[in-house]
Unconditional design. Structure first.
Length: 311
């Protein structure tokens, strides 16, 4: 019997805490009634004992040092002296610890940097635009930093340069990607929820707009950027087909993060397949890089000429 009684009162820690919680609620509520029924003055020893029967309350706080936010990444220099000219930001895909696709003799990160620099030189030689590179050496940038740099610089066009790879070694040709309608809808909703009220989208201060108006402005701005991006993709295929080869269906739509800036035309160019011996040899050569740059330059020049004609 004694053992049974002991087992009945052998509470777990959880039961003990639950009991203490019940007591913390019941004792303060019942104390005045007990004092009244027993006729015990609250100032007497018995009244004091009843008051002290309440379980002690714990008052504490926990502080955690989360550190300082990382500083914003330094902006790259803009090349080109005439500040009235449109700005093209060129992003060499991958870099640092991320090599990208791997070919027999070349890594994507090395090839994209060479192509980006060749395109920069070609565009600057045209005298029609200013240029900035998101990276000019072998460093890693997260995707948001890439188009974030372009937005902070106020870019008029953002081009991300990549090279593809496939299990089929016969796959070859360039592809150009722009943002899809479905991805735009999701991203517009996310941006509307995330953007702080002092942010500026396409020249409009969202801080002066209501929530619904701000969401509509973001959506309209992104759809305008998507249309301009698709126009550029078609221009690139038309203007560059004599300089380098494209896949049979060269313009594709995708929800790629690097294309999701809400207020500037953006395109990702897969310059070819480094898993294909012919493409890899072409893109790794000086002549191939020059022809790639020339083809893209022609499309960029026509793109901005069209925009100027509409103004």
């Amino acid at each position: 019997m004694a053992n049974h009684a002991a087992a009945d009162w052998d509470w777990t820690d959880a039961e003990s805490r639950r009991h203490s919680g019940y007591m913390a609620i019941l004792v303060p509520a019942l104390l005045p009634l007990a004092v009244a029924l027993l006729g015990v003055p609250t100032g007497s020893p018995h009244g004091t004992a009843l008051a002290l029967a309440q379980p002690p309350r714990q008052h504490y706080s926990v502080s955690v040092d989360i550190g300082k936010p990382a500083p914003a990444i330094a902006l790259p220099p803009i090349e080109g002296d005439d500040k009235t000219l449109p700005l093209v930001v060129i992003d060499a895909g991958h870099g640092g610890h991320d090599p990208g696709a791997l070919g027999d003799k070349v890594e994507e990160k090395t090839l994209t940097l060479a192509l980006a620099k060749a395109l920069r030189d070609e565009l600057l030689a045209s005298g029609r635009v200013r240029v900035a590179l998101t990276r000019s050496d072998d460093r890693f940038l997260i995707l948001e930093e890439r188009f974030g740099i372009a937005r902070r610089l106020g870019a008029d066009l953002f081009l991300s340069i990549h090279a593809d790879a496939a299990g089929n070694p016969a796959a070859s040709g360039a592809t150009i990607y722009t943002l899809s309608e479905t991805a735009s809808d999701r991203e517009a909703a996310r941006l509307a929820a995330r953007e702080n009220r002092s942010d500026i989208i396409n020249g409009v201060d969202l801080g002066r707009q209501g929530g619904d108006v701000g969401a509509i402005l973001i959506d309209l701005s992104q759809r305008d950027a998507m249309r301009s991006s698709a126009d550029f993709a078609r221009l690139l295929v038309r203007e560059a087909h004599d300089d380098f080869a494209f896949r049979p269906t060269p313009h594709r739509l995708a929800g790629l993060i690097v294309l999701k800036a809400p207020d500037m035309p953006s395109a990702l160019i897969e310059a070819g397949y480094i898993s294909n011996a012919g493409d890899a040899s072409f893109l790794a050569s000086r002549e191939g890089q020059r022809r790639f740059a020339r083809g893209v330059r022609k499309a960029v020049v026509v793109h901005f000429a069209r925009l100027n004609a509409r103004r």
